[in-house]
Design a binder for this molecule. Structure first.
Ligand code: ADP
Ligand code: ZN
Ligand code: MG
Length: 472
């Protein structure tokens, strides 16, 4: 735990919302596409709260939350219900949000060492934009399924909070339940922060609108410092909601927080209560069979293959490149070759994706990776040639062996040909030969360099070195 001034301890609990990537909205058949360009196109009488309409629960959204709960080995609810959380705002057309209070779908999990209190399901609000003399409301986002995850107050520093957020984002993406971009508001992190010198918790402050992990960390660090300073100055902290000012790199007070009573929660009489065990396919056991390999399991498997942490995290983030790698290791088990493939995928191919819009990753099959790596292993191609070859495979597609021939990238291992070249180099550089003979071993590089030049980079450097030694 980080040492704080004057013997304080910081306590942090996170509340994370994530928009679920379902086809339709939470309680109606409207398309779930909140980022569509034209306002108020994905709307209907239900999500605009016309009188007499009734909500229908989106089964997929329930399943997605249960998937997350299963992945973090939490308890899945048997009985569950939806509640009305009442408040008025123009972006909340019913004047209440359908949420869950007493019976969340998921409770008691753990992720990245952080205890998770609950995950419940609710609906997103519309988006308002405030103009000079009026405000506009776009209902495309109203009713988009939203999961809310709440952690226990067990985090004590900004780094742990950020690590937890990133791990959750990774999990949501791996499970295919949310795109979870903070910048787009698909995932929203709120941090509750307090400091105390004693066993009892201090007054907590909730910081909202943190739209990157970097900001989450900065806001937590700022709040910890601010609260300690205030307490040391004899001030009394109030429970409030604060926002983040990116310009000033500081938090500012937005409002003194309502208690949960203010929302007058009560069970929504329009939605039937659920006994989840009666729904086929919704048990923890059945859902766990449908989960992909979870990040923490993949970390162990890849570490066993000899990958370093950086490469492992790279593959966890880059799903398509990971698929390429996964195909490769299905055929190749040799650690040295796996290392080569890892390097080419994480540096060269990743670079091509960024910088060569004319190419396509689908041009590189795992079979061509296998062929390419074995060509390098057999010295048929130099490491320089391999880089060029990967780029040709990426832009044109096709077999590496064929392309290597087409672009004349094959390394010359023809001893007789190279012998003539080496003899020529030696006869043309008598002074270098003398120094080499006198013990300047570094000059081998000079001979190899000349040999590569004379063969336009096609000579096998090991063979060149061997011939130089033999002939001298
Ligand atoms: P509220 O009733 O204000 O919503 P909750 O007890 O439901 O408060 O907790 C909301 C979030 O605040 C949770 O993530 C929880 O871990 C966190 N939290 C609760 N108490 C503290 C505290 N003293 N310091 C920091 N975080 C806290
Ligand atoms: Zn609708
Ligand atoms: Mg609460």
């Amino acid at each position: 735990m980080k040492e704080l001034p004057h013997g304080y301890t910081a306590t942090i609990g996170l509340e994370v919302h994530a928009e679920l990537d379902t086809n339709t909205k939470m309680f109606c058949q409207c398309k779930n596409d909140p980022f569509v360009a034209s306002a108020n196109t994905h709307i209907c009488p239900i999500c605009t709260a016309q009188p007499g309409t009734l909500p229908m629960v989106n089964k997929k959204a329930v399943e997605y939350v249960l998937r997350v709960g299963t992945a973090i080995d939490a308890d899945l609810a048997d009985f569950t219900e939806f509640d009305r959380k009442n408040y008025f705002y123009p972006d909340i057309p019913k004047a209440y949000q359908i949420s869950q209070l007493e019976y969340p779908l998921v409770s008691n999990g753990k992720l990245a060492g952080v205890d998770i209190t609950r995950i419940h399901l609710e609906e997103d609000t519309a988006t308002s934009s405030h103009q000079t003399n009026h405000s506009l409301v776009d209902f495309n986002r109203a009713g988009v399924p939203l999961m809310e995850l709440v952690t226990e107050p067990v985090i004590h520093d900004a780094e742990t909070a950020m690590r937890f957020g990133k791990e959750l984002q990774l999990l949501l993406r791996k499970l295919g339940v949310s795109h979870a971009n903070l910048e787009k508001g698909e995932m929203r992190v709120e941090a509750n922060i307090s400091v105390s010198k004693t066993e009892t918790f201090g007054t907590k402050v909730e910081v909202k609108n943190l739209n990157s992990f970097k900001i989450v960390g900065a806001a937590i660090d700022y709040e910890i410092d601010r609260q300690i300073e205030a307490l040391e100055n004899g001030e009394v902290l109030v429970q409030e909601t604060r926002g983040w000012d990116e310009q000033k790199q500081s938090t500012f007070s937005q409002r003194v927080k309502e208690s949960s009573d203010d929302y007058r929660y009560f069970p929504d009489p329009d939605i039937p209560k659920f006994k989840l065990s009666l729904l086929p396919g919704f048990s923890k056991e059945e859902i766990s069979k449908t989960l992909p390999e979870l990040p923490w399991k993949k970390r162990i498997r890849y570490a066993d293959l000899g990958l370093n942490e950086e490469a492992i995290e790279f593959f966890l983030q880059e799903i398509e490149l990971d698929t390429l790698f996964a195909g490769f290791i299905e055929t190749v088990q040799d650690q040295k070759q796996i290392k080569l493939a890892t390097n080419y995928i994480t540096s060269d191919i990743a670079g091509l994706i960024k910088n060569s819009p004319e190419g396509n990753l689908s041009n590189i099959s795992s079979e061509s990776m296998v062929q390419l790596v074995s060509m390098i292993g057999e010295n048929k191609i130099s490491s320089r040639g391999a880089k060029d070859l990967i780029s040709y495979v990426y832009t044109e597609g096709g077999e590496p062996a064929t392309l290597a021939e087409k672009y004349d990238l094959l390394q010359s291992s023809n001893t007789d040909e190279l012998k003539i070249i080496v003899e020529k180099i030696i006869s043309e550089n008598p002074d270098v030969v003398e120094k080499f003979k006198a013990g300047d071993a570094k000059l081998m590089q000079y001979f190899i360099g000349q040999g590569m030049k004379m063969t336009q980079g096609k000579a096998n450097p090991q063979l060149l070195a061997q011939l130089v030694k033999e002939i001298i």
